[in-house]
Design a protein around this ligand. Structure first.
Ligand SMILES: [Zn+2]
Length: 213
């Protein structure tokens, strides 16, 4: 028997990491696919490497900023909703503490505790930090680890840029040789696989690659 290890992430830490990982996978996929489309399109129209690089870089900048802004706005909305739910919970705890205690006990009972244990646990949790207990059990959020829009925006920006550089480099390297459209897709997919594999594990990598091809 090996000793069970216990180093996996818990609660809010994992949730916030999943938040930026989701943004990164989305950004990388978008960076690869949209830039590959752009590069293949421009390469089909001209052999001029400078024109291709200019178009590709413009696409990279516009895309990475647009993705980052989109992530920032959408995750901010989520964060605002979490804050609003916490504020409501705070008010309920202040105005009707008994009903809230009952509610917490019911929720804990619903998670498999016996009535007595659920009630006792609810009392202890409420004494310690009522708002945190309700946030976690009732709302499923950690008041100290609200989703961070800057993390999602940063991850998205970086991932899009890295993803976009792959088809851009391949396109630039192959301009002027045989039909670039032949190479774009496959090379892009392979690059996406390498990048995605490093960041998101093989499952995520394969999915990003499939998006790239
Ligand atoms: Zn409550």
């Amino acid at each position: 028997m090996t000793e069970p290890t216990h180093d996996e992430a818990h609660g809010g830490g994992l949730a916030s990491r999943l938040n930026w990982l989701r943004a990164a996978v989305l950004g990388a996929n978008d960076g690869i696919v949209s830039t590959a489309g752009l590069v293949v399109g421009v390469a089909g129209a001209t052999d001029d490497r400078a024109a291709l690089l200019t178009a590709g870089l413009a696409g990279l900048l516009a895309g990475s900023m647009s993705m980052a802004a989109g992530e920032y706005v959408s995750v901010s909305t989520q964060r605002d909703s979490e804050k609003a739910a916490l504020a409501l919970e705070k008010r309920e705890l202040r105005e009707q503490p008994e009903a809230e205690l009952e509610e917490l006990a019911d929720l804990l009972e619903g998670r498999g505790l016996s009535r007595e244990v659920a009630r006792e646990a609810a009392v202890q949790l409420t004494e310690r930090d009522a708002l945190r207990a309700h946030a976690r059990v009732e709302l499923g959020i950690d008041p100290d680890e609200l989703t961070n829009p800057w993390h999602a925006a940063g991850a998205s920006f970086l991932a899009f840029t890295v993803g976009a550089l792959l088809p851009l480099r391949l396109g630039a390297a192959r301009t002027g040789r045989r039909c670039p459209a032949d190479h774009g897709g496959r090379g892009v997919g392979d690059g996406g696989y390498v990048w995605g594999g490093g960041v998101a594990g093989s499952g995520g990598g394969l999915r990003v690659r499939r998006g790239g091809v």
